[in-house]
Design a protein around this ligand. Structure first.
Ligand code: FPP
Length: 238
């Protein structure tokens, strides 16, 4: 087990980008890019748990990813089922609690079944909280929270004057979690792509040109080091 690092952030988030280009560079199908991406993710989850990160949030399938071809989408779902099936025992043994963040209602029934089993089997775990964002889009998440505020207000459970940042944040999927300390985006692009728009208000951004399948635990440690060197002021002076 790796030594727990000093100044380890509490919550790390990752936009796992570059699987397609990684496969293209090798002249193989995108499926194998996502397969390699899944293996990179497995290693990072293990590592994050080993070094005492408390929350790890990964962007695995966005609301916009539904625009991709049916074959690629079903490949990602297949890999997701393989991942949770293969890793469930180890996740459980490592005290990892898996959360699904997003709207999975449009996903195939068998995928949802695998996810539900993983979430319920690890529900009582108290170690790393591993958030897998699936069918996730931050704008949709904020709209959902706004709708829940309106419902609570209409039901008489919430005064309109009591609607504040805390009230909205608590109705996001991440309601009871701290905001991410940093967000890593491998793959060369420098944008948020509808990921954690609210929660990222004061997150540090770490960009890397490495394509996600090549992203290693060492790269993750480098990101932590870069994060630790940043001065966070949260809008203040010190
Ligand atoms: C982004 O790369 C990656 C995805 C849309 C899928 C992420 C999936 C995995 C990491 C593997 C499967 C694991 C789970 C949990 C589903 P891209 O395809 O956009 O890459 P590109 O920008 O090079 O085309």
């Amino acid at each position: 087990m790796a030594a727990r690092q000093e100044n380890a952030p509490v919550h790390a988030a990752i936009i796992m980008d570059g699987n397609g280009r990684w496969a293209e560079n090798k002249g193989i199908s995108k499926y194998f890019g996502h397969d390699a991406g899944m293996r990179a993710m497995t290693a990072i989850v293990r590592h994050a748990s080993d070094i005492g990160i408390q929350y790890l949030t990964v962007y695995a399938f966005s609301t916009e990813n539904w625009k991709r071809g049916a074959e690629e989408i079903s490949g990602i779902f297949k890999l997701l089922m393989i991942y949770v099936d293969k890793e469930l025992d180890e996740l459980w043994r490592n005290n990892v609690k898996v959360n699904v963040v997003g709207d999975t209602s449009e996903m195939p029934k068998d995928v949802r079944k695998y996810l539900e089993r993983t979430v319920s089997r690890t529900a009582e775990n108290t170690g790393l909280v591993f958030n897998i964002c699936l069918g996730y889009g931050s704008r949709a998440e904020i709209v959902r929270a706004a709708r829940r505020l309106a419902e609570d207000a209409l039901a008489g459970n919430l005064a309109v004057g009591a609607i504040d940042e805390k009230a909205l944040a608590s109705r996001l999927y991440t309601g009871d979690m701290p905001d991410p300390d940093f967000i890593i985006r491998p793959g060369g692009e420098k944008r948020l792509s509808n990921f954690l728009l609210w929660q990222a208000a004061y997150s540090e951004f770490i960009f890397s040109d490495v394509l996600w399948p090549d992203f290693t635990p060492e790269e993750f440690d480098n990101a932590i080091m870069a994060f630790s060197a940043r001065k966070r002021r949260f809008g203040g002076r010190s």
